[in-house]
Design a protein around this ligand. Structure first.
Ligand code: ATP
Ligand code: MG
Length: 228
């Protein structure tokens, strides 16, 4: 399956360079932090499109409880629907096994002509770990990385870690309006019957309520402990 079924022809006209952004995440649930990050990255790096790609079984969250992929995908579709430069991809959730970003980048690279450049978008916390990702050297060859500031994470430390790794990553650092929003906090709030209004879209909140997500099962508290 093509990673971007709605845009398989991107770049086929060979008229110019096209820039495809990939916003990876667990999106459990998607929130305004993700959306602002992607939109600001799109603008700063002049991306033609941003593909939101919910992870199937995220490599870093194998030991954690993650909401059903179909629900995470549905919320991603809802949250991105109104932006013509955003799309949601089933690519990782339709794959078996653990999600590795390198596999996604290889699939995208194989599917597009050379005039399509790949940009992988992350927040500061993810870029802090980047050098430990599976097959980091191969990733560095396939994509440019965009690292957005995120409250609570040190982008300077990330910059130093990437430099010290010796892997020739091309990372563009962008400063974005700070939103101290996390999916973990949203799950905890829903579970505690607190308001999540204005942390994510009305459509996502409606979906959470309609399907009873995050209400009955264990959620991690912000401190990392597990609450029931
Ligand atoms: P969780 O609390 O479950 O880890 P999360 O809010 O961190 O959820 P993820 O799905 O883990 O969301 O993150 C996906 C990507 O979005 C990562 O690259 C992360 O750095 C980035 N991101 C998430 N929230 C923000 C935010 N508020 N500001 C900037 N980047 C963010
Ligand atoms: Mg996270």
């Amino acid at each position: 399956m093509h990673a971007a079924p709605r845009l398989p022809e991107l770049g086929a006209d060979r008229q110019r360079e096209y820039r495809l952004g990939i916003m990876g995440g667990t999106f459990d649930p998607i929130h305004y932090g993700h959306l602002v990050t992607a939109e600001q990255a799109r603008e700063a790096l002049e991306l033609d499109l941003v593909l939101f790609m919910p992870a199937g079984i995220p490599a870093f969250k194998q030991d954690k409880r993650v909401t059903d992929a179909e629900d995470r995908y549905a919320m991603t579709v809802l949250a991105t629907a109104a932006n013509p430069a955003f799309d949601a991809s089933r690519f990782e959730i339709d794959r078996d096994g653990v999600t590795y970003t390198i596999d996604t980048l290889r699939a995208l690279r194989a599917n597009y002509p050379d005039n399509v450049k790949l940009f992988f978008i992350t927040g500061a916390d993810a870029i802090l770990d980047l050098v430990t990702w599976h097959d980091a050297a191969a990733m560095a060859e396939l994509a440019t990385f965009i690292a957005a500031t995120r409250p609570g994470y040190d982008i300077e430390q990330a910059r130093q870690r990437v430099a010290a790794s010796g892997v020739p990553f091309d990372v563009r650092y962008i400063e974005i309006p700070a939103l101290a929003i996390s999916s973990t906090n949203i799950r905890a709030r829903v579970s505690a019957k607190k308001s999540v209004r204005y942390l994510t879209s009305e459509s996502v909140i409606g979906y959470i309520r309609k399907n009873g997500l995050y209400s009955s099962h264990a959620v991690e508290r912000v401190d990392g402990a597990t609450a029931r």
